[in-house]
Design a binder for this molecule. Structure first.
Ligand code: AN7
Length: 373
């Protein structure tokens, strides 16, 4: 078996990386597709639900897939600095890959509104962390403005290389199943990831002669057809930050899922195209529903994802209950980031640790009181 060297190395023939391209990688990708064993029984539905656990990427989120590609191309073009606006995970990934490449990194984050783990990553990897008195959408606008006046390379998902890297998740799902699932559900914030999923699935059914909606036949990466079909795409937004469902930008987005606290997604149109072309839909979940399912997943399956990620499963459970997703379906939920990213939210909703004297009898008492019968 050949050693795994990251997703550009593995999918080089389907990515914009030539033989001479020097790859900047932390061996991202190749994440596990975990079948949920208890939940389908709990909800009494005959369905197969899988979590594609992107929290196991090197910086703990799916952003590494796009960042390896974006930073590789930035370095190839001679860039000495990258910049992004972020709700946290993009900044963590940008900081890590910039450190790997030995270039400067500037990150704009909304002051006080990013999870602790993500902030610690951006700081620890040595990026210049700029907290703005504003939200993600303000940061996104500012990044585009300063990229015109200073020598910085934007690594938000308006950088097309980001989506190219992120599309590889579809290839991995297909290899694991081994075809496209009936449904693929994921959180929608800036809407880059749902766009990238759809590019990947579309290329996977392409036989070089057939054009998908995104490339109109011009893409050179359509080589091997690896799937017989594409999934129905389901995109879920937090109720307090649901511009696509409202049909207009949300000026002051609010949600406990800070990763998707975004009011005016950059890839809005592409996300709607993916939804329509796949025959899918958008849905919304409240903060209460998100947190409930985050905890349910952690406690019934042993999988700890961050709140934003849990919305993919929360939305699916709701739509199964409503009968919008039928029995017998195979469903993949992208669990976009690791639960450790946001320890504050996890601790706030969990049972408090017990404090006892350091005595055997005390421990025995606690054990007897808490044994599962
Ligand atoms: C865990 O880091 O936008 O719809 O700046 O961190 O592609 O934006 C994060 C987004 C879902 C939404 N889940 O993906 C950022 C940022 C997690 C995330 C999303 C994000 P997109």
């Amino acid at each position: 078996m050949e050693r795994y060297n990251g997703l550009i190395d593995k999918y080089r023939d389907r990515l914009p990386a030539g033989a001479g391209t020097k790859i900047v990688s932390l061996n991202e990708g190749n994440t596990p597709l975990i079948e949920l064993e208890t939940l389908p029984r709990l909800i009494r539905k005959n369905v197969r639900i899988y979590g594609k656990f992107e929290g196991l990427n090197p910086t703990g989120s799916f952003k590494d897939r796009g960042m390896t590609m974006a930073v590789t191309k930035a370095v190839e073009s001679g860039a000495k600095a990258i910049i992004c606006a972020s709700t946290g995970n993009t900044s963590a990934a940008a900081a890590a890959y910039a450190a790997r490449a030995g270039i400067a990194c500037f990150v704009l984050i909304p002051e006080g509104k990013i999870a602790l783990g993500k902030l610690s990553q951006a700081m620890m990897h040595g990026s210049v962390v700029i907290q703005i008195r504003g939200n993600f959408d303000d940061g996104m606008r500012l990044v585009q403005e300063v990229a015109r006046t200073t020598p910085v390379n934007i690594v938000n998902s308006i950088n097309p290389y980001r989506l190219q890297g992120q599309k590889t998740i579809a290839f991995e799902v297909i290899e694991a199943l081994p075809d496209a699932p009936d449904y693929h559900a994921l959180p929608v914030g800036n809407a880059g990831n749902i766009t990238a999923h759809w590019i990947g699935y579309s290329e996977a059914v392409c036989e070089n002669t057939r054009a998908c909606a995104f490339c109109a036949g011009k893409c050179s990466f359509h080589r091997a057809k690896i799937a017989t079909r594409r999934p129905i795409m389901l995109g879920y937004q937090a109720s307090g930050a649901a511009p696509i469902l409202r049909g207009r930008p949300v000026e002051n987005p609010e949600t406990v899922a800070t990763a998707i606290r975004i009011g005016n997604p950059v890839s809005w149109q592409q996300a709607v195209a993916a939804q329509q072309e796949s025959g899918g839909w958008f849905g919304e979940c409240t903060d209460g529903e998100i947190l409930h399912v985050q905890k349910l997943l952690a406690q019934t399956e042993g999988v700890f994802c961050e709140p934003a990620s849990a919305i993919s499963l929360a939305g699916v459970l709701k739509d199964l209950e409503l009968g919008k997703i039928g029995e017998g379906s195979t469903i993949v939920c992208t669990l976009t980031g690791h639960g450790l990213k946001d320890p504050d939210t996890a601790i706030a909703q969990s049972a408090k640790p017990l404090t006892v004297d350091a005595e055997r009898a005390e421990i025995e008492r606690v054990i007897r009181e808490n044994l599962k019968t």
